[in-house]
Structure formats: structure tokens, C-alpha cells
Design a protein around this ligand. Structure first.
Ligand code: NAP
Length: 406
């Protein structure tokens, strides 16, 4: 029998999915991640600390190859996509799915050790990912585009419906998709992909339609000289007209998913357009198990009711269908309130939900939200004889705690 050559594990970033948001590079404590053409990982400096894994919005970061010779940075910069397991040119390269049992266990423990590797809820349906790529995107047609914040509100948020016609685009609530604005950037390169959460249940805006809704806020972008200009992606999306066509990539994401089990309670905490996946969750629950017994709880923050996306449609739910805590930070005659303040005000309800071994907790929105919610839950837990730090890692291990913040 030929001797088996020693292999090492190498962390790699999928250039096809990566949206070049720089999150991984900014979180890497050892400087192992850098970028030029692609975002790349230096095999000599990467310590597998996993600090880059959870914040990555697309999952492009989460690739682990067993190689005899690590891929050089120059080689990684030349990739359009990750190499095929057998045709990589590096003897013995293979993706993490093919690791032997021991290596797979090490990887699993490494994820668990830092609490980084988020898991899908046990009862969630299995998601499809990367069905459509930059090279092979799905073509969609805009069938609706409506402003969902008040006409005179500062924040201009749109609900945009795109339809895939005869081409099945299968996704689950909580997954994201990518779109590529037409044209090129200031360097003459195609624009980077923009990522949006699907705001619709898996069977479409209305049951049995092959479409999806997206929640898009028109934003300004800051130029290197400090001046503000309309953001390319969000403005293109918000200006789309019915009948316009666009390429769609994805779907992405395999953990921020809704449990199928109708018995479990779901606690959702979000700000602004971070509500998008929770609209999908709510529609799915309403269609499949409207009478529970598991219940939905939504803590949702915006500056004013006029700026709260989907304010009107949200009023149509009974509190028993969707328990809502709508929270405003800039009402003229009231003190600033954030969702974490409201969590504290509803401490008994929150503690009751946390103490159930089946509750699923989701946090989605601005990046500062994660720490704020964490502090609030720590306080609530202490007051109710719970330990949030250990509960959090237990919930994460069991696929019951999910964060998606940008
Ligand atoms: P926004 O309108 O800027 O803010 C919503 C509310 O959050 C405001 O009341 C704001 O208060 C408050 N807020 C600010 N900092 C906070 C903090 N540290 N903790 C708690 N609340 C805080 O929100 P947005 O522009 O829509 O941003 C939503 C985020 O969700 C973005 O980062 C977006 O990338 C992300 N997201 C979007 C999607 C999507 O599909 N579009 C999906 C997932 C996530 P003040 O302004 O008064 O301070």
C-alpha cells in the first residue's frame, strides 16, 4: 500500500461568493487575511481562531481544505472560484466535507470552542445554497417596487418583488441572495455583489408563486475624500421599475433558518431593514401553523413609526399571531428607546422565553445591536437566576441562537 502523505488543513475564502466587504480582514487578529484582487488567507499566519467566520455575511469565509502543500497567496489571488477538490493542482487537496473523522472532529470542536460556528435549528428544512452563481445567475423580472416608509420620512425603504418566471429559484426563509448592479466601478471592474435577505416565505409573496420580496434602503456612500454620493447598489435597486430584469445569485446561508417545529417559540430582535428575514419567518408560520402552539415575538426598532419598514402591514396581525414590541429612538416627546431597552422592560417575558429549552432567538440589523442585546440579556438573566453566557453557548450549540448584523 502506498504511504499516505501528511496533509495540513488550510483556511480559504471562496472568491465567487465573497462580496469584498472587508469584515474578515478587519476581524483577523493575526493579519493572516489580506486583499488585492481577492480576499486571501496566509496559511502560515492563520491560527484557526475563527474570529472571521461568524461575522462573514455570505459564508464565503467558511472553506477548509486538506492539502499537502498550501495554496500560495499569489495562487489564491488568481482564482475566479475555489479549485475543484481533485483538480486543484495541489496534490491531495480536498474540501472539508471529505476530511477524515478525526480532522472533522477537530474542526467541529474548534468552531464550538469559540462559539463561532452557528448551527441551523434542528428542525429546519435543509437549505440549498449557491444554486446560481456569477457565471450562471438566475434572471429575474421586477414585478413590484413600493416604498414602505412614509412619504415624508427621511428613510426611504422599498419592498421590491422579483419573479423568476419558469426557472425555479428555491430558497428558505432567512437565506440571502446577491444582486450585481449593472455597469462598472471607478476602476472599470464589474460591481461587487450586494447581499439582501429574502423577506418572503419559501413559497413566494403569495403561496405557490416563484418570486421573492427584498427590503432595500436607499443609502448614501462615503467617497475616499469624505463626500457623500448616492450608494450604487441600493439606489439602483430602489429605482427599478416593473418589467426591469436583473441577475440574481445564491441563495446563501445555511444557519439563520426558521425551525419547522410549530411547538417552539421564536424571539426575533431587529432594527430597520434587519426585519427582512423576520417577515419571511412570520409569513411561513402564518401559512403552516397559524395556531401555534409556538409563538412569535418581535422586538423591532426604528427612529419613528414613519421610518419603520412595513409599519402598516404589521398592524394587521393580532398580538397572539405576532407579539410586537415596536420601539422608537427619535420620537419628539419621548426619550430615545432602543430594542435592548424594551427587552429590559419586558424582562419577565424574555426570561420566561430564555428559560424554555426550546426557544429560538434571532438578532438581525445594525452591528451595534449585537452587543446591546447581549448586555440586556445578561442583566435580565442575572435578575432571573439565569446565566446568559452559558445559556448563549448552549443555545448556539443547539442551533437556537442566531445573529446576523452588518
Ligand atoms: P436604521 O434605520 O439606521 O436604524 C434603525 C434603528 O436602530 C434606529 O432607531 C436607530 O437609532 C437604532 N439603532 C442605532 N444603533 C443601535 C444600536 N447600537 N442598538 C440598537 N439600536 C440601534 O437601520 P437600517 O439603516 O435599516 O439598518 C439595518 C441594518 O440591517 C443594516 O446594517 C443592514 O445592513 C442590516 N440588514 C439588512 C437586511 C436587508 O435585507 N436589507 C438584512 C439583514 C440585515 P438611532 O439612529 O436613533 O440611533
Amino acid at each position: 500500500m502506498p504511504a499516505r502523505q501528511m496533509t495540513i488543513r488550510q483556511h480559504l475564502i471562496d472568491p465567487e461568493i465573497c462580496i469584498r466587504c472587508n469584515t474578515c480582514e478587519s476581524r483577523c487578529p493575526t493579519g493572516a487575511i489580506s486583499h488585492a484582487r481577492n480576499y486571501v488567507v496566509d496559511a502560515e499566519t492563520c491560527t484557526f481562531c475563527m474570529k472571521c467566520v461568524r461575522p462573514c455575511p455570505t459564508g464565503a469565509i467558511d472553506n477548509w481544505f486538506e492539502v499537502e502543500l498550501p495554496f500560495t497567496l499569489a495562487k489564491q489571488h488568481g482564482w475566479q472560484r475555489l479549485p475543484e477538490p481533485a483538480s486543484s493542482g495541489e496534490v491531495g487537496s480536498q474540501p472539508a466535507e471529505a476530511l477524515d473523522d478525526e480532522a472533522a472532529q477537530i474542526l467541529e470542536i474548534a468552531h464550538r470552542g469559540v462559539g463561532a460556528g452557528s448551527r441551523a435549528p434542528v428542525s429546519a428544512a435543509k437549505p440549498r445554497v449557491n444554486t446560481f452563481t456569477r457565471q450562471n445567475p438566475a434572471r429575474a423580472t421586477v414585478t413590484g417596487n413600493a416604498r414602505i416608509t412614509a412619504k415624508d420620512a427621511d428613510s426611504d425603504v422599498h419592498h421590491i418583488i422579483i419573479d423568476f418566471g419558469a426557472e425555479p429559484f428555491q430558497y428558505l426563509e432567512g437565506q440571502s441572495i446577491g444582486v450585481i448592479p449593472p455597469g462598472t466601478d471607478e476602476h472599470g471592474r464589474p460591481h461587487a455583489m450586494r447581499l439582501y435577505s429574502v423577506a418572503t416565505a419559501r413559497d413566494g409573496e403569495r403561496p405557490n408563486t416563484n418570486n421573492m420580496g427584498l427590503t432595500v434602503k436607499r443609502v448614501m456612500a462615503r467617497r475616499p475624500d469624505g463626500s457623500l454620493v448616492p450608494g450604487v447598489g441600493s439606489n439602483w435597486m430602489c429605482d427599478l421599475e416593473i418589467g426591469d430584469e436583473l441577475d440574481v445569485i445564491g441563495p446563501f446561508g445555511s444557519t439563520f433558518l426558521l425551525p419547522e417545529d410549530p411547538m417552539v417559540d421564536v424571539l426575533m430582535v431587529c432594527t430597520g431593514t434587519g426585519v427582512a428575514p423576520f417577515r419571511g419567518f412570520t409569513h411561513r408560520r402564518r401559512r403552516t401553523s397559524p395556531n401555534g402552539p409556538g409563538r412569535l415575538y418581535l422586538f423591532f426598532g426604528a427612529r419613528t413609526p414613519e421610518e419603520l419598514p412595513y409599519f402598516g402591514p404589521l398592524q394587521r396581525y393580532l398580538q397572539t399571531e405576532l407579539h410586537r414590541e415596536l420601539v422608537y429612538s427619535r420620537l419628539q416627546l419621548s426619550e430615545r428607546e432602543y430594542v435592548q431597552h424594551r427587552l429590559r422592560k419586558r424582562a419577565d417575558l424574555v426570561a420566561d422565553l430564555l428559560s424554555k429549552s426550546t426557544t429560538h432567538l434571532y438578532v438581525c440589523g445594525l452591528s451595534g445591536l449585537e452587543d446591546g442585546v447581549d448586555e440586556a440579556l445578561t442583566e435580565i438573566a442575572v435578575r432571573h437566576g439565569l446565566d446568559w453566557a452559558s445559556l448563549r453557548s448552549e443555545m448556539r450549540d443547539q442551533g437556537r441562537f442566531h445573529v446576523e448584523t452588518y
